[in-house]
Design a protein around this ligand. Structure first.
Ligand code: SAM
Length: 287
């Protein structure tokens, strides 16, 4: 399969790398990183370990939040001179809660080809296993660290349709969950922790159930927080029957849990959701 741009044309490659499990590196990422003239990395020492693992030896330069203006200009200079450059971050997809957006913007403005290499992204990885609606979602990155601003930030998302996806530091998780409960009410949430790694887990439940679980010990590692759509947002987009059908098709929850989750999502009572779930189940068994 040919690349959209041959390596002879100076190109900026945006290369996703694993979020924990090195087996998630793509063949194409290994090849392109081995072919470019320069690799721009968020943390060169961190990336050197990844590159060494895959037998890649290329000139490395740093590109991180606080040097991106100066380094961006140097990278653009290299591209103008006909060199090809790959941008990587410490983990996952560059530019997604990571440096890169300004560099891409400036390269595009100069007519320099920008080629994305897809791969791991914690937000999408978490969403794919969440069991929450995936047709519409909002990724909002890291919430502000101060409570006042965080509550305003969460409140601004209260009427958004679809699933909300946030990144959060483990030591702020409980505070953020408390604010979610305070501002958005008792929604279904999922804490996806240490994805693709040895201690990967998804903690699911209502926000108070999840707070109770994560408050039992110290949350370690990296986490993505997913929040189910609110009743108002979903009533319009996803009728009860659809929600029930989707949850039942997953085959991983009991009818009681399905009804509980569907009631939260669709804004109906648990008994109505349970009655409808029973009816659907009987219909399926009859067919
Ligand atoms: N660019 C990355 C991506 O594509 O996902 C995200 C970089 S951001 C600086 C780091 C945050 O992503 C972490 O604080 C955490 O919220 C999330 N994250 C990264 N790796 C993760 C993992 N293995 N499991 C859960 N969350 C992860």
């Amino acid at each position: 399969m040919l690349d959209p741009k041959p390596m002879t044309v100076a190109t900026l490659y945006i290369v996703a790398t694993p979020i924990g499990n090195l087996e998630d590196m793509t063949y194409r990422a290994v090849r392109i990183l081995g072919e470019v003239d320069l690799i721009a990395a968020e943390d060169t020492r961190h990336s050197l370990r990844l590159l060494t693992h895959f037998g890649i030896s290329k000139p490395l330069t740093s590109y991180f939040d606080h040097n991106q203006q100066l380094k961006g200009e140097r990278i653009l200079h290299a591209l103008r001179q006909g060199k090809s450059v790959a941008l990587i971050s410490d983990a996952g997809t560059p530019c997604i809660s990571d440096p890169g957006y300004q560099l891409v913007r400036d390269a595009v403005a100069e007519g320099i080809p920008v080629v994305p290499l897809p791969g791991a992204c914690a937000a999408i990885t978490a969403l794919s296993a969440s069991g929450l609606p995936t047709d519409t979602f909002t990724f909002a990155g890291f919430p502000p660290s101060r409570q006042g601003k965080r509550r305003t930030f969460i409140s601004g998302m209260s009427a958004l349709p679809g699933t909300l996806i946030l990144y959060e530091a483990p030591h702020r998780l409980v505070d953020t969950l408390n604010d979610v409960q305070e501002v958005l009410g008792e929604r279904q949430v999922i804490v996806a922790r240490e994805l693709t790694k040895m201690f990967e887990e998804c903690i699911r439940g209502t926000v108070s159930e999840v707070i109770a679980t994560v408050s039992q010990g110290v949350v370690r590692g990296e986490v993505v927080l997913l929040i189910a759509p609110g009743a108002v947002a979903l009533q319009e987009s996803e009728p009860l029957e659809n929600v029930l059908g989707r949850l039942m098709a997953e085959g991983t929850f009991s009818l009681k849990d399905i009804a509980k989750q569907a009631a939260l999502i669709s804004g109906v009572s648990r008994s109505e959701a349970y009655g409808e779930a029973l009816r659907l189940k009987n219909d399926i068994n009859r067919d």
